[in-house]
Design a protein around this ligand. Sequence first.
Ligand code: UDP
Length: 406
Amino acid sequence: MHRLKDYEPIVGPQVVEELYLLAEKVKGLSIQNINSTAVGGGVAEILNRMVPLLKELGVHAKWDVIKGGERFFKVTKKFHNALHGRVESFTPEDFSVFLETGEENRKTMELTGNVMFIHDPQPITLINHKGNMDAKWIWRCHIDVSNPDQKLWNFLRPFIDRYDAAVFSAPAFSQELLVRQFLISPSIDPLSDKNRNLTEDTIRTVLERFHLDLDKPMITQISRFDYLKDPLGVIEAFKIVKRHVDCQLVLAGGEASDDPESTEVLARVREKAIEDPDIHVLAIPSGSDIEINALQTVSSVIIQKSIKEGFGLTVAEALWKAKPLVASAVGGITLQVTHKYSGLLCHSIEGAAHSIKQLLQNPEYARKLGENGREHIRQNFLLTRHLRDYLLLFLSLYHEGDIIYL
Ligand code: UDP
């Protein structure tokens, strides 16, 4: 496990020094993070690294996961889609399952933090415990809620309004709320197995395990198998590119324990991919960080063709590896990619195909975009900046309206 000083060569010693200064003011507080899955997806990815580093800074951070049955996670997946703007229909039972499971968790979990840091809608009703404890409550929304289903938003809003603060990943997601709002974008850990430099041997082993060889340029999308990541659209785009350039496609991803839809999506992707041996659909187990790193590292172009995206950690991961990237101009992706400077943004299958082709045919241009992307991530989306924002957030909960002197 890396220590904070290990980040100094990447971000500079002042950045790490400032974290210690800030943490000094937050020491003594306990921060209890709660979300709905320990593995799979961006939230778990971030908490995995954030919690140990907060501890190293002397902040008592912990992370707990709510429990729920299949019905609950079916409902929360519908919530997830509807908050992203997809049309879903809800029954009264959906809302009662959601409320009942929330209440069971409220009663059975040990809720002890001075700061209760609740991630996403699944555990949102834990706020019902607010009156029983002397704590500050933060609702951290990782979803693109710029255009949520209004009925669902109206249902959730009274819960959100009882928090002390709400945190969104991008300016476009902020909503009219009674609570203070903060803008904090996510981050990646440059030293994690997913993002550090790998040896050639390690990379070769991964490629052999997946029966991949690099005789053809490789286009890759790493994502949970979710319709919102549009894996079927990626295949369509790939088919267009292949008419012009001989290349292969890798769609790699796993399942998240809070996502009951992924098995169906994976099956549809496999069905669509079956006729083309150049399409490799890799179902990878959770914790496949080195495998993901290796796939990203050897790719000629990385694609992230999401229909909606809260932030898109996979985009940051690709850019940190200085990879040429084609990504949809949605949600948090637009914070990370400046079109034609640090990657290419697309709005359609045809647009994605055109951009991939352009990058494959212009390696020098592709290299330059990748380099710019890496620098943008270094400046804005590494874990140290995220830690700093969180420490300031905790501090500001106790100093509403004050100027905080560092
Ligand atoms: N990821 C993973 N295994 C998978 C698919 C994705 O470890 O099978 C990782 C991916 O590398 C990234 C995170 O999970 O770090 C996904 O975050 P992102 O913000 O891209 O999307 P989300 O899944 O949260 O919608």
